[in-house]
Structure formats: C-alpha cells, structure tokens
Design a protein around this ligand. Structure first.
Ligand SMILES: [Zn+2]
Length: 403
C-alpha cells in the first residue's frame, strides 16, 4: 500500500491521470476514473488543475449518435516543446517535439571539426535559436536533452567520446553558463533503450544493442534505466568472447565488438572484397543480390553476434532485445538465424527484434525522456510519429505552426 502525505499522493494521482490521457489521446473523466481506479471527485479536482495549467484541453466527442456527447480530455501538445540533440560526428541532429511526442522540426548540421571549443558555441547558437523560436507558447522550450555517443557518468559529465576524442568534459556546465534552459546529458544507447520502450515495445525489461559504432547497449530493468555504479553500465562491446582474440582499442583482446559490430563488418568485408571502405549501400546491394562472399561473411558475423546475445540473455533475462543495425535490417531472416544459434536450454527471453527507429532512436529517446520529466509521468507511452521512423534522411522539416 502506498502511504505518504497528501501532496505526495496528489502528485502520484496527477502522474497516473496524465499517463492515461497521453496513452488514450482522448478520454472522458468517467473513463479516466475507471482506468486509474481513482474516484470521480479526485479526477475532477486534478483535471481542473491541469486545465488551469493549460496542460490539457476539453473537446466534445463527435459521431456519438446516442445520448449526450461526453467531454473528452487531451494533452495540449503545443503548450510546450522539448529539444532533443544527437551529438555525433559527422552530423549533429536536432529535433523539437511537442508534449504529445510529435516531432515538429528536425535539423541536421554537418560538423567539419571535432574541437570541443568550436562545437560548444555551435550548440549554444542553435539552442538559443530554438528557445527564441518557441518562446511564445505557454511553457516555451522547456528543456534540452543531449545524446552522447560515449560514456557519461551519473553526474552527467562526459568520460570519453571515442569518435570525437573527448575526455572528461563537463558539457552540461559549459552549456549552462550561456543558456537559460534546463539541460540533461545522457548516453545515446540509454536514450535509445528508453525510446524503444516508450514508442514501440512497452516492455519493462528491454535491452537494445546498437551495432553502428562498436556495440553499445541500453538496458531497462523493471522499467528503469540501468546505469551501474559510475553510470557506465552497457559497455557490452568489450565483453571478451574470444580469449587471445583480435586486439581491441580498450587494451584487451577478443572483445565482442571486434567480431560483431558494423565497423568490424565494413573493415573485414572490405578486405574480403578487396575494396577499401566498402559503403553501406554497396553492402545492402550485395545482400539484395545474394552475393556469396557477403553472405558467407555475414553468416560468420551473425554467429559471433549470437554468442554475445546468448551471454546477455543469461545475464539479464530480458523480455525484449532490440537490435539496432543498418545492415542486419536488410539481411533476410536475420532474427531466425540468430535464434537458431541460441541453443542454451537455460536462456530465456520473449523476443528479439530489429529496431524500427534506427538511427533516430537516440534523438527520440532524448525528446521522450524530457517529456516524461516535465509531465512527471513515469510510464510514458507515445505513438511512433510516421516521419520519425528511420529513413536515414537529413531533411530539415519546418513546422506548420508554432504554439
Ligand atoms: Zn575492447
């Protein structure tokens, strides 16, 4: 039984009510009472507060031929916005989302530098522009959440970003000096796991494996992001699967990502095909045309991938494993092939799937986590915006209306 003072209970009830309104898109007070188990008087008081705060609005339901049309409640999506940033190289992606998780604007900015002291002013410039642009809504641009492709500790400081060669950077403090907006920093794989849960899988025990640069994992256990003592949990690419195996930049030999990540795949397939830096598109074409060399190599690659997945299943007993890979997405029956390699009688999981969010998952997770924190809704469920599923595009999408 939950006990506590009145304010605490009120906060819990508010969270439950907002959660149901978001999930259902439109819901009457009577339905809210049924779904939350809260009595009608509590619903009525809380709904009045949320209407005052302009976080929800009322509409009359249409097409109800019998009886009175009930008043329906919905989230005021455009009462405020959040900004997600995927800080990677060679591109930084920005996405503005409304409170319903709908993407209203996306911008991709190319980077021709890895210099921290050049990139920070660039981020400040863009964040200031977005903040100004959305300043007329009730809550304006509420917060920004930045996905980092490297290790981030619990104090939201960057430990290391391999592609940018950044070590020990307090990016949150450096941005906050110049910006009047709440800023959060989080590892990209963690945000991807959060996005997979919120937008697609609603699983409380979910693991996502991102193969695109090394192997990074985002882990949700009992609906919470699992970060470890320092905040660095999920560096599964450096799990050793081959004693005295291939050398790895981490200093060990035989790390999983030296056998089953996309950079390794590109490196080794380039050698086999005797073509330097074989491109993603070419690999996809070779898969489509059933090129024997590519197929034979991928069978071996998937065997190594399965060894790591086997270990992870035994460690975490996940409900859902989401594989985020550009190349495996186009390889036919990849999931069946992985499953056929998983022979242990003690390994239990419910499903292995390929990510539908692809390279937008970190950005979508950044926005979703910002919404969840602002509304204080712990179990957020959002619909996948059609334009945000992975199409690998770099369009700049202008919003139709702002606020
Ligand atoms: Zn390693």
């Amino acid at each position: 039984m939950v006990t506590g003072d009145g304010a605490y209970i009120k906060k819990l009830n508010r969270s439950l009510i907002l959660q149901e309104i978001i999930k259902n898109k439109m819901i009457s007070r009577a339905e809210l009472s049924k779904k939350t188990g809260l009595n009608k008087a509590t619903i009525s008081v809380q709904v009045a507060d949320l209407l005052d705060e302009k976080l929800i609005y009322e509409t009359r339901q249409e097409h109800n031929s019998i009886g009175r049309r009930p008043i329906m409640l919905s989230i005021s999506g455009d009462a405020g916005y959040v900004l997600g940033i995927d800080l990677d190289t060679p591109n930084i992606q920005f996405a503005v989302s409304n409170l319903n998780g709908k993407s209203v604007e996306q911008t991709t900015v190319g980077l021709d530098t890895k210099d921290y002291h050049t990139i920070i002013p660039l981020l400040i410039k863009y964040i200031k522009e977005f903040k100004e642009k959305y300043s007329n809504c009730s809550y304006g641009l509420i917060s920004t959440n930045i996905a980092i492709h490297g290790t981030v500790n619990k104090e939201e400081k960057i430990i290391f970003v391999p592609k940018l060669k950044w070590s020990n950077k307090d990016i949150k403090a450096d941005l906050s000096k110049e910006l009047d907006i709440e800023i959060s920093i989080e590892n990209n794989a963690n945000l991807s796991a959060y996005a997979e849960k919120v937008y697609n899988h609603q699983s409380d025990n979910l693991l996502t494996l991102i193969l695109t640069s090394g192997i990074g994992a985002g882990i949700m256990i009992d609906s919470q992001l699992h970060k470890g003592y320092h905040g660095l949990a999920g560096e599964m690419g450096h799990m050793i699967i081959a004693p005295e195996g291939k050398p790895c930049a981490c200093g060990n030999h035989g790390c999983w990502e030296r056998y089953a990540s996309e950079p390794t795949l590109i490196e080794e397939l380039s050698d086999l095909l005797q073509k330097p830096n074989v491109a993603y598109e070419e690999i996809k074409n070779r898969i489509a045309n059933q090129d024997p060399t590519t197929y034979e190599y991928l069978k071996q690659f998937i065997r190594y991938l399965s060894i790591g997945i086997n270990n992870i299943i035994n460690l975490y007993n996940p409900e859902t494993i989401v594989l985020n890979s550009e190349i495996l997405k186009v390889y036919p029956n990849v999931i069946d092939e992985i499953k056929s390699n998983l022979k242990s009688s003690v390994s239990e999981y419910r499903e292995i799937v390929i990510s539908e969010l692809g390279n937008k998952s970190g950005l979508m997770g950044a926005c979703a986590l910002a919404i969840s924190r602002f509304l204080d809704v712990s179990d957020l469920i959002l619909p996948v915006p059609e334009e945000q599923t992975d199409k690998n595009d770099t369009r700049t999408k202008k919003p139709e209306t702002i606020c």
